[in-house]
Ligand binder design. Structure first.
Ligand SMILES: *Cc1c(COP(=O)(O)O)cnc(C)c1O
Length: 351
């Protein structure tokens, strides 16, 4: 650390490994989509569009916001597009946590990082023993509530009636629902927006639209909340979404057939893998995300991750209390998942 650094308390988020020798590895460690982006999105990136990179992106992002609004069933004024949902979350932590932030002890690891980054008091509320979230634990909490739904790394989905109960607890408390994984079987809280102006939803193109490398996310909420999001965005980086990503995001969002076919294949592979791992003695949560959360009585979490790595398969293990014996496994293609199950059988035979 240099003597000039001001934020000495910062502890950055640690992303999953992004190895250089990708080709030889089965990468199931960062919840990326195993399928390429929509062919229509790829085809939109013409030489002509690339030459337009000399120009700044369109400020209003009208085409992209229209596409998002159509799919979500809201108006474009209820949508703010950003450079990833991490950026959306950063803006919310920075500007929309007047009384601090509240979130589960086991959830997206970026929330506590953003608290330090922006000097927001963060409070962690433990999930129950079975890793489910108890809404009653949030009663009386004043800070902005952050719920990843489905949650990461557990994959568990909090039913919308419970989200509604959270919103009802205090209409003057903002509830942020991080729906990074909602397309894989959950139900979006967008349907609650007409009833609650204390609800803000964040989404990403990184997982279900196969655009993790494009960096694109968005917030959906009341016109007033989205107005605040735009104030934050235009006070930081009005051109936060680059031209190419904006174009690809619009095409990917409009290509419903491709989106659904990729999504269905991932759900099918998830359910198959879950059954296989349970057959091998693993405890596996009923994840509604594009990953599984699993633990074995026969092999420790860190040990399992290491043994798979030696066989060229990357998964994620968190050295975090309560889940040390668990691993998070991204759902890839069926051939990849067959390899995972085969390697797991070998590992279990060896212990
Ligand atoms: C992946 C993820 C994000 C971040 O998505 P980006 O748009 O790639 O920044 C946000 N929240 C959760 C819970 C995630 O798992």
């Amino acid at each position: 650390m240099s003597r000039f650094f001001r934020l000495t308390e910062l502890e950055p988020y640690v992303p999953g490994e992004q190895p250089a020798d990708m080709e030889r590895l089965i990468k199931l460690n960062t919840n990326e989509n195993p399928y390429p982006p929509s062919p229509e999105a790829v085809a939109a990136v013409t030489a002509e569009e690339l030459e337009k990179l000399r120009l700044y992106p369109e400020l209003a992002a009208a085409g992209l916001r229209d596409a998002v609004a159509d799919v979500c069933g809201v108006t474009p004024e209820q949508v703010c597009v950003c450079n990833s949902s991490d950026e959306v979350l950063a803006f919310i932590f920075h500007g929309l946590c007047p009384n601090g932030a509240v979130f589960a002890d086991l959830t997206y690891g970026f929330y506590p990082v953003f608290c330090r980054m922006f000097g927001v008091a963060g409070r962690e509320i433990p999930l129950r023993e079975d890793l489910t979230l108890n809404v009653a634990d949030y009663r009386g909490e004043k800070g902005t509530v952050f719920i990843a739904n489905p949650n990461a790394p557990t994959g568990l989905f909090l039913p919308l009636e419970k989200v509604r109960a959270l919103l009802e607890q205090d209409r003057n408390r903002l509830v942020v629902v991080d729906e990074a994984y909602v397309d894989f079987g959950g139900e979006s809280a967008v349907s609650l927006l007409p009833d609650y102006d204390n609800l803000l939803i964040t989404r990403t193109f990184s997982k279900s639209y196969s655009l993790a490398g494009g960096r694109l996310g968005f917030a959906v909420g009341s016109r007033e909340l989205i107005g605040d999001m735009n104030t934050l965005k235009f006070s930081f980086n009005p051109y936060n979404v680059n031209r190419i990503t904006m174009l690809m995001g619009e095409k990917a969002m409009r290509d419903r057939a491709y989106f659904l076919s990729c999504r269905d294949r991932i759900i099918e592979a998830r359910e198959w893998t879950k059954t296989q791992l349970r057959g091998l003695g693993f405890t596996v949560t009923d994840s509604l995300a594009n990953f599984l959360f699993a633990s074995s009585p026969d092999v420790g979490g860190a040990e399992y991750q290491k043994a798979l790595r030696e066989r060229g398969i990357l998964i994620r293990h968190f050295s975090v209390p309560r889940i040390e014996n668990w691993c998070r496994i991204t759902v890839g293609t069926m051939p990849q998942m067959r390899e995972l199950v085969k390697a797991t059988e070998e590992i279990l035979k060896g212990v």
